[in-house]
Design a protein around this ligand. Structure first.
Ligand SMILES: Cc1cc2nc3c(=O)[nH]c(=O)nc-3n(C[C@H](O)[C@H](O)[C@H](O)COP(=O)(O)OP(=O)(O)OC[C@H]3O[C@@H](n4cnc5c(N)ncnc54)[C@H](O)[C@@H]3O)c2cc1C
Length: 602
């Protein structure tokens, strides 16, 4: 154990002592001594380094259990503080690196005089299979003279011609949105034979096809893809078509094996052969692929949730889900009713109003709203903003800090931020309430990000529509839809809303539904619900699971994985998914600790 610090401050000594004791306990196999270094209310979150899983254990008992199952194989050593520990309010933050038998890792600990409060350990790379970057970057050219050598272009063409035809991908990623593309880049850098398939004609079409007015709701500092950050002149909120073009460019320059216009129609796992049989239609032609590992990156906002109401077949006008909404132009001069009150509903209503369309929003349940500027400042500003960058917080640091707060207590960190937002924007919320808008702050007041992690829905980041609702420019009606008639939406209390067009901004179904469609109901049930934490809040039933269900980690169906989420999650967790896949490709032993049980089917 080495301490890089020269200054022998008390803080440094504390962190030094803690890690020295921790390493001594681990290397001598003294699991009780290691567990005793943690507080009763402590959390150890591990991303693949000890557990070959993404999992969090709690308290000394949890630490003991984790180590009993993983210590012998992991052989952790060489814990080194990688930055000067900092102390605030009695908690010392300590950044560190360490080795395992097969890899190198890093982490962040929060230490108190009573012991460790939180510990994050994550695997950064596998020994012997490091990515070729920096000093180890590829040469690009082989100097000298050689007959019949292939140029870079010819090699790429050869790989493209062979992959999936005469050679099989080790990993097949179904879905080439931002998630599949980011993962594809990681697979490429780790030299994992792969194909990413998508039914759209071009990478980025996922975003291009969304409603015209859409810009990313999250700011640029939060949205970088792996390896290649957006340039400094990039707008804070990326317009959707610009993001589409970035994804297309990224796919090309990152040399991802990407098959456009390719739809997966079915997949089954052959237990005996240990490979999948995946049927795809590529440019209209049927093909069969045999990957060993199959990743669903089909999007948690990909399977449209279209509600069924009596009378829909009678409705004479246009009705479509928000994912099919073309923008306002075709509806000028018409009366549009938008059912739903989350992000898409607001964006669509605002764009319709801008085009002079008569638009009504039907709010069926309460919605959490935060003003974009307030969220940027209070919610994200410390980690993902120009302010954070200027104060030396890199994207990588921000990602680690965020990941180091265990989900069990994340809401406690979030509640004060949202209390502050409520206070700062008190007048704004009063105006919305006066207009009849039904507001909420999440089940426990923890706001937007917890809602996102728990249920992936139920909020709007206000970029302008709320003002239109408060002023009545967008008409607001609260109630439940009972039926449609030829020319109206009728609510359960008999109110009739005349309509020429109905837009269902009613959200999306679980990724689990894709498994049912493409593999089988049996496998979908074995894998269970995808997303959510088990927080026992609306749309996220308990019991507590501690991590996002089925995301980026081994599922109950061997060789089947899920990837996705927002740009931040895709960027960060794609590394841990890619390392798990690489370890399997290279035949490393990957015993999974604490594989999550299935409590809910969908
Ligand atoms: C209106 C809206 C606004 C959003 N704003 C933001 C934001 O500001 N910031 C942010 O980070 N996130 C945002 N999100 C959420 C999320 O990041 C996006 O939904 C994002 O597109 C998810 O990326 P993905 O790659 O996981 O899935 P998707 O982009 O949905 O891509 C999945 C892909 O899978 C393909 N696919 C599915 N089935 C098959 C099959 N059988 N065969 C072949 N291909 C298949 C689809 O064609 C699709 O291209 C937003 C979502 C919506 C709906």
């Amino acid at each position: 154990m080495t301490d890089i610090m020269d200054a022998e401050t008390q803080t440094t000594l504390d962190a030094h002592d803690w890690f020295a004791d921790f390493e001594k306990a681990l290397t001598s196999g003294d699991i009780d001594a290691a567990a005793a270094l943690f507080r009763e209310d402590s959390y150890w979150r591990d991303l693949v380094a000890f557990t070959w899983n993404i999992t969090t254990v709690e308290g000394p008992a949890g630490v003991r259990d984790l180590l009993q199952h993983t210590l012998a194989a992991t052989q952790p050593s060489n814990f080194v503080l990688s930055a000067e520990p900092t102390e605030a309010d009695g908690v010392t933050d300590a950044w560190f690196t360490f080795d395992t038998a097969v890899g190198r890792g890093s982490g962040l600990a929060r230490l108190t005089p009573d012991g460790a409060w939180t510990l994050l350990t994550s695997l950064d790379e596998l020994k012997g299979f490091e990515e070729n970057s920096g000093a180890d970057r590829p040469h690009g050219v082989e100097h000298g003279a050689e007959r019949d050598r292939l140029s870079w272009k010819e090699q790429r063409e050869l790989e493209n011609a062979e992959m999936g035809v005469t050679t099989q991908p080790y990993v097949l990623v179904i879905g080439g949105g931002q998630g599949g593309i980011g993962l594809g880049a990681r697979l490429k850098q780790l030299s994992i034979p792969h194909i990413v398939i998508d039914k759209h004609p071009r990478p980025g079409d996922q975003w291009r096809n969304r409603y015209k007015s859409l810009c990313l709701h999250d700011p640029v500092w939060y949205d970088h893809l792996p390896y290649m950050k957006f340039p400094d002149h990039w707008p804070i909120f990326t317009p959707k078509d610009k993001l589409g073009d970035w994804l297309e460019m990224y796919t090309k320059v990152m040399e991802i094996n990407y098959w456009s216009s390719t739809q997966c129609t079915s997949a089954s796992f052959d237990e005996e052969a240990g490979v999948w049989t995946v049927h795809v239609i590529r440019d209209g032609e049927e093909m069969i692929l045999h990957p060993t590992e199959l990743v669903f990156a089909t999007g948690m906002s990909g399977k449209a949730n279209v509600p069924r109401f009596p009378g829909q077949e009678l409705f004479a006008g246009d009705q479509h889900h928000s994912s099919q909404h073309p923008g306002p132009e075709p509806f000028v001069g018409k009366r549009v009713v938008v059912i739903g009150s989350n992000n898409s509903a607001h964006d669509i209503c605002a764009a319709l109003w801008e085009a002079g369309v008569d638009v009504t929003m039907v709010q069926r349940s309460s919605t959490h709203i935060v003003r974009s500027e307030t969220l940027m400042d209070i919610g994200l500003g410390d980690l993902y903003s120009q302010r954070a960058v200027d104060s030396g917080i890199t994207t990588e640091m921000a990602d680690t800090i965020f990941a180091s707060i265990p989900y069990r207590i994340l809401h406690e960190f979030q509640i004060p931020l949202y209390d502050k937002m409520r206070e700062v924007d008190a007048e704004y919320y009063e105006a919305l309430s006066r207009a009849g808008f039904d507001l909420d702050w999440g089940a426990d007041g923890s706001g937007l990000f917890m809602k996102y992690l728990r249920r992936g829905s139920g909020y709007y980041i206000d970029v302008g529509a709320s003002e239109l609702i408060a002023s009545g420019a967008i008409k607001l009606i609260n109630g439940q839809v009972r039926e449609l008639t030829e020319n109206a939406v009728v609510l359960s209390d008999d109110r009739v809303i005349p309509a020429d067009v109905v837009v269902y901004a009613t959200g999306y179904g679980s990724m689990n539904g894709w498994v049912k469609d493409l593999i089988s109901e049996d496998v979908a049930d074995r894998v269970g619900k995808v997303w959510g934490l088990g927080s026992d809040t609306p749309k996220d039933p308990g019991p507590w699971e501690g991590e996002q269900r089925n995301m980026w980690k081994p599922t109950q169906q061997p060789h089947l994985w899920f990837h996705g989420g927002n740009l931040h999650q895709s960027r960060y967790y794609s590394l841990y998914l890619a390392l798990q896949l690489k370890a399997r490709l290279e035949g490393l032993d990957t015993p999974v600790y604490n594989r999550a049980e299935v409590h809910h089917l969908s």
